[in-house]
Design a protein around this ligand. Structure first.
Ligand code: XMP
Length: 512
């Protein structure tokens, strides 16, 4: 199906996913396989070229990750990046020098042969280095095509076989012309055509969905988030009214959430949508529970129960559609996205078995930014496409201590003010998440002549690329001031607002 594609072999670099995304930016499909994928599997995928990623390992480690040697005999171009370069040298008979010192940071690359990956790149350009070992002698058939002050062989090539290797990282933004180098490899050296567009993705995926689903019915749980909404809209485009969306109000949603989702899907897309107000059930089960993991379990289990009850009401349902993304399914040796663990509460395994449903995951080949692009292409309003992630357990893990309806109401009001002010200041799209947390702390204040003894709200706003690490956002003081004033004046029961200035790690984004 993806004959015009590039394979990335993952040797454990933190940048592996970035390499795949960079390839896709050229409208060429790419997938990540673990470094030790057997050659038969690679052949079956039929890539036009393979990129060997970096790795935290040294080729000298006793457990250094090595690929199936068959990749060198496939007759397709290879690009080794950092460890991938050393690996190529090692496997093809060159010499790699062990180094105790890491070279880390920007370096000036001097290109000796401005062709192949370096086609159209000026003779001198900045690149990002992050490596220990380095190449002392390229293998036979290779020539040195660039150097830096510290690396006499900063790039090498065996042009006859289409093998290229770079000591630096072309995939990171700190290598300003790295995108061009990768494009040269993908388009010029491997001969890939830029045909993988969101429009073509929509066409092939809807066709495939129609073929798989036939005349049967599909259910899809929607949360108001971008992944589930895009999934639902895509499936709806394929099979129309044979899709029913189920939206469960679990009592710990943000202000106006249920109404917003319903409005968009029912009015804008004319979908079948079943909105269930199950807040009472969830809140009853959450009574007196303070342990964060228990809260997660309770909400996850109850969700499955409610969802199953609703799905059983629809006759002839055979499929369940879910918004699983590519980072959740990569068999990665490097870090997985946060979703790998956080989606565990949506464990639908039992549900599928009990109801004899088959899983549909139409987004399982896409990265988050691609899902957003797809969403825009499908005419989903920006308000949903650009939405911050919202955790499945919702406000329950932002109310520290026991979750009650009253406390939910207090937090909902404070949270709505945070979001309103952040949006008004034009900051929303620049942040990964912004929200309020209700603390189990009371503090003394004065209002008029009265002494008050009320709740404390913490405001959290972070920058992040994937939720794995995060930095607290330097929100302008006047915006913070407005948020604080409004919360204290407008939200009854709160008399103090604090701003969370912790980064992840060592803190987490959520408080529980
Ligand atoms: P932490 O708090 O672990 O959060 O730094 C990282 C990202 O994951 C989200 N998150 C969750 N999402 N269920 C979810 O669906 C959860 O239980 C959960 N816990 C954290 C969090 O909002 C952030 O984006």
């Amino acid at each position: 199906m993806h004959e015009n594609s590039i394979l990335v072999l993952d040797f454990g670099s933190q940048y592996t996913q970035l390499i795949a995304r960079r390839v896709r930016e050229n409208r060429v499909y790419s997938e990540i396989f673990p470094f030790n994928a057997p050659i038969e599997r690679i052949r079956e995928f039929r890539p036009r070229g393979i990129i060997l990623s970096g790795s935290p390992s040294s080729i000298y480690d006793s457990a250094a990750p090595l690929p199936d040697p068959g990749i060198f005999a496939l007759g397709i171009p290879l690009l080794g990046i950092c460890y991938g370069m050393q690996l190529m040298a090692h496997c093809l008979g060159g010499k790699v020098a062990k180094s105790r010192k890491r070279e880390y940071g920007p370096a000036e690359l001097v290109i000796e042969q401005r062709e192949g990956v370096f086609d159209g790149i000026p003779r001198r350009t900045t690149v990002w280095m992050s490596h220990g070992d380095r190449i002392e002698r390229p293998p036979i058939g290779f020539s040195t095509i660039a150097h830096t002050a510290n690396s006499p062989v900063a790039a090498m090539a065996d042009r006859r076989n289409g093998f290229y290797a770079l000591q630096f990282h072309p995939e990171v933004v700190h290598t300003p012309l790295g995108k061009r180098m990768l494009k040269n490899f993908v388009v010029k050296i491997c001969g890939c055509k830029p045909v993988w567009t969101m429009q073509s993705f929509i066409e092939t995926t809807t066709e495939e969905l129609r073929r798989r689903v036939g005349e049967n019915k599909v259910v899809c749980g929607i949360s108001g988030g971008v992944d589930s909404t895009v999934t639902a809209v895509l499936v709806h485009k394929a099979i129309g009214k044979r899709l029913t969306c189920i939206f469960v109000d679990n009592g710990v949603l943000r202000s106006g959430e249920a109404q917003k989702v319903e409005r968009t899907l029912r009015k804008h897309f004319r979908m079948n949508i079943d909105c269930v107000d199950a807040s009472e059930r969830f809140l009853r089960r959450l009574r007196k529970v303070t342990d964060p993991e228990k809260k997660r379990k309770i909400i996850g289990n109850e969700f499955i129960r409610v969802f199953e009850e609703e799905a059983r009401k629809i006759e002839g349902v055979r499929f369940l559609a879910q918004g699983t993304l590519y980072p959740d399914v990569i068999e990665s040796v490097s870090c997985k996205g946060p979703s790998a663990t956080i989606k565990s509460h949506h464990n639908v395994g039992g549900l599928l078995k009990r109801m004899k449903l088959t899983l549909l995951e139409p987004l399982r080949e896409l990265f988050k930014d691609e899902v957003r692009r797809l969403g825009r292409e499908l005419d989903i309003p920006d308000e949903i496409v650009n939405r911050h992630p919202f955790p499945g357990p919702g406000l329950a893990i932002r109310i520290i201590g026991e979750v009650t309806r009253d406390r939910c109401d207090v937090l909902r009001k404070a949270d709505a003010i945070v979001l309103e002010e952040i949006k008004k200041a034009g900051l929303y799209e620049r942040l990964w998440q912004a929200f309020a947390v209700l603390l189990p702390v009371k503090s003394v204040g004065v209002m008029g002549d009265e002494r008050t003894y009320e709740n404390v709200v913490a405001v959290r706003a972070v920058h992040s690329v994937d939720g794995m690490t995060a930095d607290w956002a330097r929100i302008p003081f006047d915006v913070m001031g407005r948020i604080s004033n409004r919360i204290i004046n407008e939200v009854r029961g709160v008399n103090r607002v604090v701003y969370d200035i912790s980064s992840k790690p060592p803190s987490t984004i959520e408080w529980e």
